[in-house]
Design a protein around this ligand. Structure first.
Ligand SMILES: [Zn+2]
Ligand SMILES: [Zn+2]
Length: 139
């Protein structure tokens, strides 16, 4: 069930490839994800251990401490700021939570679960009723 993906940041300095489980694509509604994305929720794909390969560029990292005291390292492009993944802090093999919007295959990565739904903005379940602009290109 594994799937190869590849992606890049907006300025293309950072490029990567990884293997993910399409069943482990998640939405996180937690307050930290809202702040760190500057948006309403974050969508991530969990990698298999040690399959993430940085192909170009150098990531900048920021370690955030959650309300629970758990630390997670956030990795992003130092030039354009695109978030690439988060991972646990410390030694040992790592599962990265890749930011789905950076993957070339993002259209195929459909979320299977929503985390921290109690923190979700109240309108997210009602997006279908929000007026739509039909343009398709990226801004
Ligand atoms: Zn960049
Ligand atoms: Zn979160």
């Amino acid at each position: 069930m594994d799937m190869k993906i590849d992606g890049r940041c907006h300025c293309a300095r950072i490029t990567y490839e990884a293997e993910i489980d399409p069943e482990k694509v998640l939405i996180c509604h937690c307050g930290d994800c809202q702040t760190l994305t500057g948006s309403t929720f974050r969508t991530v794909a969990l990698t298999y251990e040690d399959t993430f390969k940085l192909l170009s560029g150098e990531l900048k990292t920021y370690v955030k401490t959650g309300e629970s005291g758990a630390k997670r390292q956030q990795s992003f492009c130092p030039e354009c700021g695109t978030p690439i993944y988060s991972s646990t802090v410390g030694e040992g093999p790592k599962v990265h939570a890749i930011r789905v919007g950076t993957a070339r295959q993002r259209d195929e990565l459909v979320p299977k679960k929503q985390l921290w739904f109690r923190s979700a903005q109240h309108w997210v379940t009602d997006l279908g009723s929000v007026e739509k602009d039909r343009k398709a290109a990226s801004s």
